[in-house]
Structures are given as C-alpha cells and as structure tokens.
Design a protein around this ligand. Structure first.
Ligand SMILES: [Zn+2]
Ligand SMILES: [Zn+2]
Length: 346
C-alpha cells in the first residue's frame, strides 16, 4: 500500500509498505481522508518527541471497512466509518469508568514515542480495534468526517464545565479547535460566546461562524470584554492556545467563581497568577482528547449545528502531503485544516 512515511525528521517518503492484516477484534480500513493535526506538525520536526521516525502519522481519519478481523460483529465490509484517535484498552480502572481518554494503556494512532509505535492513517489502509470504530451516515462527506476527531475534542472540553442557558463564554484562540469549541458551546446552549485571537483573519472566520463577538487580542481587549459582560467577566473561558499570554487572558476574563478549561498545551510550563485564581475562586479544568463524544459529534455535524467545512483549507492527494506539511510547518498565513486523501476516491 502507498503510505506517507516520516523517514527522518522533516523528511517524508511516499513508501510502498505491506498492507497490515487485522488481528482478531481489529478492522482494516481503507482510508478516504485524513486531516493533518497541529500535533503532527509538531511531530514532523521532532520538537514534540512523539513521532520518532520511521512512522506513518495521521489520527483524524475516515474511510470504508475493507476487512473484518476474526470475531468482529456489528460491522460489514464497505461500511463508511470513522474512528477514535485514542486506542484504549477497555479493561483498566479508567476505561471501566468510561474515562477512556485517561486509559492506563492509552495509545494514539500515528504516534511513536518511548513506550509504543502505532501506524496512523496517512496511508491507503490502517488497522484499528473495532471498539474505536463508529459508523457514518450515508451522506457524510469523508473530508468532513475526518474533522470529527477534532469536534469530539471540542465537545469533551465543553462537557467538563456546567453550561446554563444564561452562560457567557470566551474562547481564547480561534484555530481549528477554538472555532469548534465556539460552536460546541453554542450547541450546548451557551447564550453568548465571545472569541479572541491575535490573528485578524481568524477573528473574522469566528464571526462568520456565529460568534456573539469576536475580538482581536491586545489593545483594549479587557475593556471590550467587560463592556460585553456588565463589568463582571464571562462564566467560562476556554484556553485553546497553550501559552502564558492566552492562559492569563483566560484567567483575567472569567468572573469570580468562573471556570477556565485548558486544552492548548504548546508550552510545557506557564506562569500562573496564583492569587487571582485563589482569591477569585476560579476553577482550572484540564481537558485531554475525548471520551466517547463521537456519536454526538456525528449528530451535530449531520444536523448542521456544528459546521466544519469553513475550517478546511484544502483537500489534497497523499502525494501532496510533504508540501502541505512544509507549508503548515512554516506557519503560512490563513492555513487551517488540510485533509489528505490516501485511498478511495471522494
Ligand atoms: Zn489531533
Ligand atoms: Zn484502559
């Protein structure tokens, strides 16, 4: 099968690899679409240490079932499916509580680190355990289905804090995840959702996706936000960047007793305004990946309650993968999600 192999850091090969065979309980999927994640770009140059070459990356994917491993029930060859990026064991104490994202033996597709190596979906075929596979509705476009992983991440983050009909929220960072969090907050019933980013184009895209107000960072951001919230701040802030500035903006923007959800983690460490957090009784809530939000994500996309099409910059063949990776790596302006199409025609 054709695969986009990271043979060394910042170097791809379009390789011809052996097509994997599904073990009992696994499914072989012909990959129709696989999105390039920010974490793949950070793996590409070795900075994250999570994509040790040689590795086929890719964990945001959809396709059709090619072969069912022994003992797999409930699916048929030809089914259109997507799958979780997390491979969980299903047996540890976290899995038994439904916290599959926290599984003790958690692996992520397309990741190779010190502990494991698991081939991902920038290839014609990928093998995954049947328990992480979800069937897609007939009319679902594969390139949009490849966004379901990110939608599930956004839904999970929002599920960790109470949202009431009168809630106000701020999303800090209008990248792919931020714009999906914005829509997930709306879908959860949040009355008013504000968004901020340093990038004017992203602020504009947030507006087009229905933000109550989208504000360019810097300048008089704080005054604007206070003006929009009767001087109190928002109930919920979601930090979707992962650096000092975004964290501090998030903490400064919530009302007393408010919640800050942390998804971004570009920086390993940040400075915490401890007294502000303690004396204003602010709740800090980390959020990792997703824990079974796929079915809900499929429903919301089908219903048009969350839109992903405006977030897709390009749908390109696998052969163009190396160029797109390099463009994303160089942080070219106005690039959002790039989806590669390794297998069947769209
Ligand atoms: Zn990802
Ligand atoms: Zn587990």
């Amino acid at each position: 099968m054709r695969a986009l192999l990271l043979s060394e850091y910042r170097r791809f090969e379009l390789a011809d690899l052996a097509t994997p065979e599904p073990a009992p309980g696994e499914i072989l999927i012909q990959v129709a679409a696989c999105g390039i994640c920010g974490s793949d770009v950070h793996g590409y140059d070795g900075s994250s240490g999570r994509r040790v070459p040689p590795i086929v990356m890719g964990h945001e994917a959809a396709g059709t079932i090619a072969v069912l491993g022994r003992g797999v029930t409930g699916f048929s060859v030809g089914d259109r499916v997507t799958f979780d990026s997390t491979v969980y064991c299903g047996e540890c104490s976290y899995c038994r509580r439904g916290e599959i994202n926290l599984c003790d033996r958690r692996q992520v597709l397309g990741v190779s680190c010190g502990d494991y190596r698991r081939a991902g979906a920038f290839a014609e075929f990928v093998v995954v355990p049947a328990r992480i596979v979800y069937r897609l509705p007939e009319n679902f476009v594969f390139a949009e289905a490849a966004m379901l992983e990110a939608v599930a991440v956004a839904l999970h983050a929002v599920s960790l804090v109470p949202v009431r009909p009168d809630s106000t929220a701020l999303v800090v960072g209008a990248g792919t995840i931020g714009l999906l969090v914005q829509q997930a907050l709306g879908a959860a019933g949040c009355a008013r959702v504000f968004v901020t980013d340093v990038d004017v184009a992203r602020v504009q895209r947030s507006r087009e996706l229905g933000a109550t107000a989208a504000i360019t960072a810097g300048g008089n951001f704080n005054d604007q936000l206070l003006g929009l919230t009767n001087g109190t701040g928002v109930d919920i802030a979601v930090e979707a960047v992962g650096n000092n500035e975004a964290l501090n903006t998030s903490i400064a923007s919530v009302r007393k007793g408010g919640s800050v959800v942390l998804i971004g983690n570009i920086s390993a460490e940040v400075t915490l305004p401890l007294q502000k957090v303690v004396t204003r009784q602010i709740r800090l809530q980390g959020s990792c990946a997703s824990a079974g939000e796929y079915s809900r994500a499929i429903e919301l996309l089908s219903a048009g309650a969350i839109r992903v099409k405006p977030l897709i910059t390009a749908v390109a063949p696998l052969e163009e993968g190396p160029q797109w990776f390099e463009r994303l790596y160089r942080r070219e302006a106005n690039l959002m999600k790039v989806v590669l199409t390794p297998g069947v025609k769209q």
